[in-house]
Design a protein around this ligand. Structure first.
Ligand SMILES: [Zn+2]
Length: 227
């Protein structure tokens, strides 16, 4: 049986990957949630804790205070505004590239995957499972299949246990991921898609807009086969 560390933010992609790993017979040794001072940290940690509990998986919060200290963009730094509402255009590559810059955290996925691989190497775990998706790979290249392949190459040098990265959603767009989540029985009300830490998801930030569109599209997805 393969073993895995899942990187769990409680967003749609990472949550679906947790349940997909379990469904595929992988033993998830630990779910890691990163606290790098992001605005939604408190909510992400609380929701991840609940999700891990439901999945019967050990949960650990990994604090990365230095990443908060060196991040200048608005996802962490409250002096800047996170783009919301009409400032977000999820189908416009130029606009979504600009919003991606506004929420960019230096080498975030590179750091996360390497921290996950360090845990995996230490615990002799086979896989690190991130939540990548095809929809955001256009504006966030650290979501792409190429990046995943490059990590596997890199970890063949940097881990003694030959840790691999495996993601169940790299080739999927958000509506397909949402549908997969429904098929897997993911408790969707526990997913926290939002960049903010309100009582409820704001519905206006880029991440909320992508989630809501996926949710709306997923109903028709199974019947039409297209999003
Ligand atoms: Zn939001």
């Amino acid at each position: 049986m393969k073993t895995a560390i899942v990187l769990l933010s409680s967003g749609l992609d990472s949550t679906v990957n947790l349940f997909a790993a379990l469904k595929n017979g992988v033993k998830v040794v630990r779910a890691l949630t990163f606290d790098y001072g992001q605005r939604a940290a408190r909510n992400e940690i609380a929701h991840s804790e609940r999700l891990a509990q439901i999945a019967s998986v050990a949960h650990e919060v990994v604090a990365l205070p230095w990443l908060k200290a060196i991040t200048r963009t608005s996802l962490v730094n409250t002096d800047g505004d996170v783009p919301t509402g009409a400032a977000v255009a999820i189908d416009d590559l130029e606009t979504s590239s600009a919003t991606a810059r506004a929420v960019w955290v230096p080498n975030r996925n590179g750091v996360f995957l390497n921290v996950g691989a360090a845990f995996a190497d230490s615990l002799k775990v086979d896989l690190v499972v991130p939540g990548f998706n095809a929809e955001e790979a256009a504006t966030f290249p650290d979501n792409s299949a190429d990046f995943l392949a490059s990590l596997n190459h890199s970890f063949s040098f940097s881990t003694s246990h030959q840790v691999k990265v495996h993601c169940y959603t790299t080739e999927l767009r958000k509506p397909e991921i949402y549908q997969l989540g429904l098929d897997l029985g993911v408790p969707m009300d526990l997913v926290w898609p939002c960049y903010f830490a309100g009582e409820r998801p704001c519905g206006q930030c880029e991440s909320c807009q992508r989630f809501l569109r996926a949710k709306a599209a997923s109903g028709a997805f199974g019947a039409s086969g297209a999003c």
